[in-house]
Design a protein around this ligand. Structure first.
Ligand code: RAM
Length: 879
């Protein structure tokens, strides 16, 4: 058997530069040319030098063969790693058959500070002299006095910063560093800048926009940085944002306005070529005013290394379509609702003002639909220099848009010079789904775009209006969808820190948004189980157990808070509950432009989630060996379950509360319905869907659970009917109205009462994607095999569909499931990657050809090791 290591990550990311731990964890995926492969042992090499690594010399650590099947989140166990250092990692594995793989290609990783000198950082913050809406440019010259071995820049800002060394932009990050509550933590980014420096005089320039710092607090952006020069002779030197006298700051550059929500104004005539080059003449007439910056109070937060994937321009294309609604007014269509901006190369007259207004949709008369942006102006302005071609690209804003109205051009430009740039956290896509139904494939595309354009260093609710926040209620259901489509270990690890930092120190209450900003409440709505679910999913999907340990206390305090609020087992408080259902089921004029459910009590959702949390905590406590807590949470779960039943279950009718789909679905999902009454409750759901003309009435929480419940109980045809419906309310209805991302509301809102809450790019409703992967293809991570050491395959085969396939790039490697009906037979193929196994469960049918199966609980089941397997059914399931 030939085994090959195919992919390595460290602390969830593929480019771990700036590790803040002396014992980073590595994961590797492998491939084999034969089935049945399982890792019996691994050997890790860590080298201090790329070429030593190439030669297979682990001068820092050679683990030798370690007998272990672990390949996900395996900690480094060698001698202490050094701060501020580069390393190369390689791994090889030995299979149970005795076959050995080659060592993987060298994988570079770098450390930053394990214990940042907080005291020192606190003293080196700079702030500009003039606080305006212009971007701020900080600059200084410095000497590299001797031949340089290497250099590392640690850059932090309250606000967004871009660094330039001798005229070159450092790295390709945008909107960096990621937003945090700056009073709790400030992220610094680590750059290897060895190649950008030269012996002699060098210049360092930093351009800063207000980002969330200015936006949240109306303060001027602040800067702190440390550049560490390591000389070849073994000495070293620091260049820092202190002393302030070494620096100059100016706000007279080209960025005249910058605001995340409102946009950016760039005046090309105010560009100051050379401002980031050594020896720049700050007193020249075109240099503007430069002052010595002021020492600033530190924002207060702890300095922490930023490890999550950066925000980048991840894709770009020229407008797909351009029309001219009025003379020299152009309407650009990106063809896709995206997050980002437009860059352009334009020539024209000095002072000529080109205005770009962004919108997600067009009104019937063809004009921009901007009402749903609320107060966000979402407008960029480019002012031309009149000196040849100017290049424009915003730096400190982003928009959610498909359409751009461009005014101020005097003639039609060459649109090839205009680019719609897609900007978001550059996380790796990990899932693909397609099937024999065109509409469902379109819907999957909507979900995919909706998810990735809402990853901005945190999972945001929308990218366009004056909000763009990390809502925990949405994330309770959204996270599962997100993890099927993208690798989110790095981003979620950071966002969990945001939640932790928003937690009340005394009460344990968390907030609805993290970082807590502008909207949402403290305490959060009890539906915010995402605080518990995210660590749990990171454990299931990536084998990260540490994240459970790290947040255990915080999660316990949140559940403790909810428990204290319960009155006789019932949690009565609720703001959102099963939020934003189709309008008929909501209270007109309620919060969120009529988003509160009229048919599903908030207390049912809140109490149900306390039960859910208690069970999850019971599980996590068991996993972490906290026996007393296991009992405590089990008792809490029992008590809450009893209260839920007492309060909401109608014995006679066999339904919950007002018999809404959501109430019944949630009770089933939680497993609270007495076994013998399950079919009654199910029947109510099915009847209600029929009564509603074949549609759901569920909100942002229970829509996902509805699909789970229908599919788990033999109603996959009905789930399929809901997923492919084209009449209101449905995803098909969105597609019919030209949607390319999933809306916040089920209604097509172009005005009226809902307009203030009518984003057209809102991931909370992208949950149908979970159904595609989890039920149609049946793919699930499972507790028996965290990190995909074992997973489940339990597909359903709706009658209306003749094929489906999903592929998942897991930490173990590629998992795939595909099935199709042809010539009266149903064929299913499952791919299990190296060092993994899967439980395959298929519906009862007289005979499945293929691997031997056993009948269990009315299904056929088998446990399979790595390999590719085909199953064939000739009747029933094939029909
Ligand atoms: C809105 C957003 C968000 C949400 C909250 C409760 O501000 O739509 O997604 O769920 O309301």
């Amino acid at each position: 058997m030939n085994v090959k290591i195919t992919k390595i990550t460290c602390e969830h990311v593929t480019q771990p530069f700036g590790l803040d731990t002396p014992a980073p964890r590595f994961s590797w995926a492998a491939e084999a040319d034969a089935g049945g492969g399982r890792q019996q042992a691994f050997q890790m090499l860590v080298s201090s030098d790329g070429s030593l690594s190439q030669k297979g010399k682990g001068d820092v650590w050679d683990s030798g063969w370690v007998e272990s099947p672990d390949s996900a989140m395996v900690p480094y166990g060698g001698p202490a790693l050094q701060e501020e250092s580069d390393y190369w990692f390689r791994v090889r594995v030995r299979d149970i058959s005795g076959a050995e793989s080659d060592f993987s290609a060298p994988f570079r990783f770098g450390t930053a500070f394990f214990e940042p000198d907080q005291e020192h950082w606190r003293k080196i913050w700079l702030t500009p002299t003039r606080h305006t809406s212009c971007a701020q440019c900080f600059r200084r010259d410095f000497d590299v006095r001797k031949p340089l071995a290497r250099a590392r820049l640690y850059l932090a800002g309250a606000g967004y910063c871009q660094a330039f060394l001798n005229g070159a932009k450092v790295g390709d990050r945008e909107l960096d560093p990621a937003w945090t509550d700056y009073t709790k933590s400030v992220m610094y980014t680590t750059f290897d800048v060895s190649g950008l420096l030269r012996q002699g005089v060098n210049a360092l320039g930093i351009r800063m926009g207000g980002g969330w710092y200015t936006g949240a607090s109306f303060k001027a952006p602040q800067l702190a940085l440390r550049l560490h020069l390591f000389y070849q002779d073994g000495t070293d030197e620091w260049v820092e944002s202190a002393p302030r006298g070494a620096w100059l700051v100016s706000c007279d550059g080209e960025v005249r306005e910058n605001s995340i929500y409102d946009g950016e104004t760039i005046d090309a005539s105010l560009r100051r070529p050379g401002w980031d080059q050594p020896g720049y003449g700050v007193s020249s007439p075109t240099a503007g005013k430069w002052d010595v910056p002021l020492r600033a109070e530190a924002p207060g937060g702890k300095m922490k290394s930023q490890l999550l994937e950066p925000i980048r321009v991840v894709d770009s294309w020229s407008p797909k379509k351009v029309t001219e609604p009025a003379p020299h007014v152009y309407l650009l269509d990106a063809g896709q609702n995206i997050s980002g901006w437009v860059s352009a190369r334009i020539s024209g007259k000095k002072g000529q003002r080109i205005t770009l207004r962004f919108a997600e949709d067009l009104k019937e008369d063809g004009s921009l639909h901007t009402e749903n942006l609320r107060s966000a102006k979402a407008t960029d302005v480019f002012l031309l220099s009149g000196e040849g071609e100017d290049e424009f690209r915003p730096s400190f804003t982003f928009h959610g848009f498909r359409y751009v109205l461009v005014e101020g051009l005097e003639s039609e430009p060459d649109w090839k010079n205009w680019k719609m740039e897609v900007v978001h956290s550059d996380v790796a896509p990990c899932g693909e789904f397609s099937c024999g139904n065109t509409l469902m494939n379109q819907i999957q595309s909507l979900c995919w775009w909706t998810e990735c354009t809402n990853l901005m260093g945190l999972p945001t609710d929308c990218p366009q209006r004056d909000e763009r926040l990390g809502w925990l209620n949405d994330m309770t259901v959204r996270a599962e969808e997100a993890l099927y489509n993208f690798r989110l270990g790095g981003l979620y690890t950071k966002w969990l820190q945001d939640i932790e930092e928003a937690q009340g120190p005394d009460t344990g209450a968390i907030t609805d948004t993290a970082p807590f900003h502008r909207y949402g409440c403290r305490p959060a709505d009890p539906v915010c189980s995402s605080y518990l679910l995210l660590p749990w999913y990171l454990y299931l999907n990536y084998g990260d157990k540490k994240v459970l340990e790290r947040h255990y206390e915080g999660m316990a305090r949140w559940v403790g808070y909810l428990e204290e609020q319960a009155d006789d087992g019932i949690v009565g408080f609720s703001y959102f509950g099963d939020w934003a259902s189709p309008a008929g089921g909501a209270i007109p004029g309620s919060n969120g432009c009529g988003a509160v459910s009229a048919i599903t009590p908030g207390a049912l959702m809140s109490t149900g989630y306390l039960y859910f949390d208690a069970r999850l905590m019971e599980n996590i406590a068991a996993l972490l060996g906290k026996e007393a807590d296991v009992k405590r949470y089990a008792a809490l779960a029992e008590k809450t379950a009893a209260a839920f039943q007492r309060e909401f279950f109608h014995e006679e009718e066999g339904c919950y509360a007002q018999n809404s789909q959501a109430s019944n679905v949630f009770a089933l999902y939680l497993g609270l319905v007495p076994e013998e009454r399950r079919k009654d409750v199910l029947a109510h759901i099915v009847e209600d869907i029929a009564r509603m003309g074949g549609s759901f009435t569920t909100g942002n929480q229970c829509t996902k659970y509805l699909f789970d419940i229908l599919s788990q109980n033999g109603y996959e045809d009905l789930a399929m009917q809901l997923a492919t419906r084209e009449e209101y309310p449905s995803w098909g209805y969105m597609v019919r109205h030209g949607a390319t991302t999933v809306w916040e509301r089920w209604e097509y809102v172009m005005g009226g009462d809902e307009i203030g809450m009518a984003s057209m790019n809102h991931p909370m409703n992208a949950v149908v994607s979970v159904w595609f992967y989890k039920h149609l293809c049946g793919l699930r991570a499972c507790e028996e095999g965290p990190g995909f050491s074992r997973f489940q395959v339990e597909p359903v085969f709706p009658r209306q569909l003749d094929s489906a396939r999903a592929r998942l790039d897991t930490v173990k490697g590629e998992v795939s499931v595909s099935w199709q009906r042809k010539d009266g037979a149903l064929t299913l193929t499952v791919k299990i990657p190296y060092n993994s196994s899967a439980v395959v469960r298929l519906p009862a049918c007289p005979a499945w050809e293929g691997p031997a199966m056993e009948e269990k609980n009315g299904k056929w089941e088998c446990l399979l090791s790595a390999g590719v397997y085909t199953f064939r059914a000739l009747s029933q399931a094939a029909d």
